[in-house]
Write a protein that binds this ligand. Sequence first.
Ligand code: DP6
Length: 383
Amino acid sequence: MSENFVVTATAPVNIATIKYWGKKDEKLIIPVNDSISATLSSDYMCAKTTIAISPNFEKDQIWLNGIEESIENPRLLNCIRNIKNKAKIGTDKLKWKIHICSENNFPTAAGLASSSAGYACLVYALSHIYNVKENISDIARQGSGSACRSIYGGFVQWYTGIKNDGSDSIALQLAPASHWPEMRVIILVVNDKQKKTSSTIGMQRTVETSKLLHYRVKYCVQGHIDKMIQAIKNKNFDLFAEITMRDSNQFHAVCLDTYPPAIYMNDTSHAIASFVHEYNAAANSYKVAYTFDAGPNACLFTLEKNVPALLYTITKVFPTSGSVKDYITGIPINIENKSINAPEINISMQSDLLKYVIYTKVGEGPTLLPDTESLLNREGLPL
Ligand code: DP6
């Protein structure tokens, strides 16, 4: 039995290449279709969570990014209850109060997939506190659907399942990050002030109002899933790129078919999509693919060998008024090299359409951190 009653963990963000959009069970979070994602390296974007249980704590408490929040969140309580149901520790300890402290190492305001990392981290840390060994992706799923895919590294499939209780709606790894080590990810964080409809509300409205969603689920997604699995297995970037972009476009078409429409891509997002198609056309092959979630930011997939020319071109087409050094964060890279051979693109947008660019790669699943990384002090309060 585990002797640890304080656990600190990190969990990664994941980006879907075949999108989850729509639930057939709102409460259990069972999706209307399978989805596939790539887990991103925790080095540049991750959630970090410390959980402590103690007979001395007076009440359950949670702090998110430095602010105490109410623990009375049904999804959060569901995750805690479900883990406790599978717990293998003494019953006395199940009664101890719990303190949870969590933060992201990237700005939540950037609108990046923070709930996937957050709930994956919470459930992973809980599973270590309560000594739960089985597949925990179905529990992470009940925090936020996309979180179940962040339980694994590399390329991950989330299965809809057929059981009404959702017990077979789980995520499993298709291939580890090491299977396709050249895969790289570039996130373009778009400057945007518009308030967006949350994924939860947006997809609920889509299920209620969009006929196109039902067409997508019935006739299209399985084909996308099969081709994506084939692309990943064979490391076929052309197929990967085409299916990723088609699925993203179809997801946003379905959002537009929602009534009233859920509009997530803005003018800059569309400019990025056009840029990607022009770049590939100029290079005469697939060099890069885009995908957009429920917000305007773009996630680009490319191979390592294409990165210098692509990043160089991005800084020309979407210039910053600041320094290029501060503009590109993540994996260190020098794009000032004169020998960079970039395809000719004749578009140039105004400065500062993008806030910044994160250069990262596909990475591993959640991990435990040493006690020195704890976010809680000995009294169980945030440091
Ligand atoms: C567009 O997982 O945030 O990112 O299950 O209601 O919490 P809830 O929704 P969430 O939806 C993510 C939607 C998406 C596509 C995807 O990640 O597959």
